[in-house]
Design a protein around this ligand. Structure first.
Ligand SMILES: [Fe+2]
Ligand SMILES: [Fe+2]
Length: 192
């Protein structure tokens, strides 16, 4: 399937607001791919499809994931919105015909982050956070840092997100903690 065909299918599948967000993430991610000399085709596909799992309403995510035989961990069971990433991988494969492991991993981890992310995955994660309509305390700083250094952008992003989740008494997915710890260890070693 071409990227234009994927785009048309995505538009027919997602609520308009979510589709427009996906296009903004796609455009932002492509600019970042250019700046970082990343693989544009992988970035384009992963960015466009990162939220394709959102075609399922939040209330139905848990049942749908279980119905597809997707493994649901205890944090996802308590906070099912997280499952749109795994469902996104399912739809990317079965509906959009994507089989590239790097693209699928970028979709899988776009919401939590994780350790050892590919350049594609980092770009999609950060483009999702900083697309032009994003507006939250600290977004300007995150935009600045994300354009300078992908790992510094990820680190700041984990920092923002983990604080936000704590303030909200929400659950924090272990993949996010693992991603944070990996970068924290690296930057700590640089300082020590
Ligand atoms: Fe998402
Ligand atoms: Fe998104």
């Amino acid at each position: 399937m071409t990227i234009e065909e994927m785009r048309a299918l995505l538009e027919a599948s997602l609520p308009p607001k979510r589709y427009k967000h996906s296009v903004r993430v796609y455009e932002t991610a492509l600019q970042m791919a250019d700046a970082y000399k990343a693989d544009k085709e992988k970035v384009a596909t992963a960015a466009l499809l990162h939220d394709c799992g959102r075609e399922i309403p939040t209330k139905e995510l848990l049942a749908k994931a279980r119905g597809f035989g997707i493994e649901v961990d205890n944090v996802e069971a308590a906070q099912p919105i997280l499952l749109h990433a795994k469902l996104g991988v399912y739809y990317a494969v079965h509906k959009y015909g994507v089989h590239d492991a790097e693209v699928l991993d970028a979709i899988r981890y776009h919401s939590t982050g994780t350790t050892d992310m590919s350049e594609t995955a980092k770009i999609v994660f950060l483009a999702d956070m900083i697309e032009p309509k994003r507006d939250f305390p600290g977004v300007e700083e995150l935009r600045k840092v994300s354009w300078q250094d992908l790992d510094r952008g990820m680190f700041l992003s984990y920092d923002n997100t983990i604080r936000y989740l704590l303030d909200d008494r929400a659950l924090i997915h272990p993949d996010a903690i693992a991603g944070y710890n990996q970068l924290a260890a690296r930057y700590k070693a640089l300082k020590d």
